[in-house]
Design a protein around this ligand. Structure first.
Ligand SMILES: NC(=O)c1ccc[n+]([C@@H]2O[C@H](COP(=O)([O-])OP(=O)(O)OC[C@H]3O[C@@H](n4cnc5c(N)ncnc54)[C@H](O)[C@@H]3O)[C@@H](O)[C@H]2O)c1
Ligand SMILES: O=C(O)C[C@H](O)C(=O)O
Length: 356
């Protein structure tokens, strides 16, 4: 071989790589069309994020793009999806990313999806309850769920938008109206309560949070968030003072973040982490993995209420089994009564928003 031939070949190879003859930017914005050679991406599930340009949506998009179970990732919002999509699409992971902007593109965003994650809607400011978000977020969730009923009625839905205790009943009523309701496929995301509970309990016990499992049942607002500290794994005991401290901190973890952010929104990063942990569990269930169990707010017969959060088994059809609460101590039984009282009103408010 001639001296330098090796180098020339390498330069030719690099040049071909930098100027591929057939490369398409995967985006519905038509950013740049450069003849398509291959679609890229790996076999896996199709996932849409609705509200993808928001505080939760952006880190959620980033983390879902890293999830090896995802082959196609659709990012939908009413603002800013071109930028978020271009940005996330440059990550050299398997999922193909496509962006969708505005309601006229909602149907394209949803068609063919296996899992739809919804963090769309306004967040709290200091002094507000989650229920104060109802007037704006109820309408947003209604519109998005109407799109799901039309375009991907079999998709698993992970609903994050607050107030979850009311938005899940809203979604259920929308799907009932459309004739597509499958209670196994609609899940309110309460994973952040579990993530917080694991963290705070681990701090008290001096353990690694990854070793701790705290069931959190009920709903996702104040006293409806009911940590079952008597069922913590690894098995342990707490003083009455520790129980008061932990229960209060877990129930008010969201408010802790809202106040620390001083008007700039609520939990976004820990929520994106929790949402991905939960979505990954749903996808592993869809794939047929055994023993996938997480807490979620679902249609339930565990109590007399039509919806309740508890541990559920996730499988090929979504929620395959809902676990009962197990033995509760006196403190938890009292907490359960308070939780049910508030939950009943929030559920009814969601149902009547659609039925009215
Ligand atoms: N379930 C939970 O544990 C949990 C945790 C944190 C936040 N939340 C809730 O998640 C929601 C989003 O929080 P955030 O901090 O990301 O808010 P954000 O304001 O930063 O982002 C919300 C996004 O939703 C988009 N949006 C608004 N209307 C829309 C519509 N009709 N269709 C599609 N997208 C729309 C906005 O454009 C924005 O990009 C809030 O309701 C918040 O309370 C829930
Ligand atoms: O507290 C909020 O309003 C957001 C979310 O529900 C949370 O728990 O962080």
């Amino acid at each position: 071989m001639q001296p330098g031939a090796d180098v020339n070949q390498r330069i030719a190879r690099i040049s071909a790589h930098l100027n591929p003859p057939n490369l398409q930017m995967e985006s519905s914005f038509g950013l740049r069309q450069v003849n398509c050679r291959a679609k890229g991406g790996s076999p896996g599930f199709k996932v849409a994020i609705l509200g993808a340009a928001g505080g939760i949506g952006q880190p959620l998009a980033l983390l879902m793009k890293m999830n090896p179970l995802v082959s196609v990732l659709h990012l939908y919002d009413v603002v800013n999806t071109p930028g978020v999509t271009a940005d996330v699409s440059h990550m050299d992971t398997g999922a193909v990313v496509r962006g969708f902007l505005g309601q006229q593109q909602l149907e394209d965003a949803l068609t063919g999806m296996d899992l739809v994650i919804i963090p769309a809607g306004v967040p709290r400011k200091p002094g507000m309850t989650r229920d104060d978000l109802f007037n704006i977020n109820a309408g947003i969730v209604k519109t998005l769920c109407e799109g799901i009923a039309k375009c991907c009625p079999k998709a698993i839905v992970n609903l994050i938008s607050n107030p979850v205790n009311s938005t899940v009943p809203i979604a259920a009523e929308v799907f009932k109206k459309a004739g597509t309701y499958d209670p196994k496929r609609l899940l309110g995301v309460t994973m952040l309560d579990v993530v917080r509970a694991n963290t705070f309990v681990a701090e008290v016990l001096g353990l690694d949070p990854r070793e701790v499992d705290v069931p959190v049942v009920g709903g996702h607002a104040g006293v409806t968030i009911l940590p079952l500290l008597s069922q913590v794994k690894p098995s342990c005991s707490f003083t009455p003072k520790e129980i008061d401290y932990l229960t209060d901190r877990i129930q008010n973890g969201g408010t802790e973040v809202v106040e620390a952010k001083s008007g700039a929104g609520s939990a976004t990063l820990s929520m994106a982490y929790a949402a991905v942990k939960f979505a990954d569990a749903c996808l592993r269930g869809l794939r047929g993995d055994a023993a996938v169990v997480q807490c979620a707010f679902v249609a339930s017969q565990v109590t007399e209420l039509p919806f309740f959060a508890s541990k559920v088994h996730l499988g090929r059809n979504g929620v395959e089994e809902i676990f009962s609460l197990g033995p509760l101590n006196e403190y938890e039984r009292a907490g359960l009564e308070k939780a049910k009282k508030e939950l009943a009103g929030s559920i009814e408010k969601g149902v009547s928003f659609i039925k009215k």
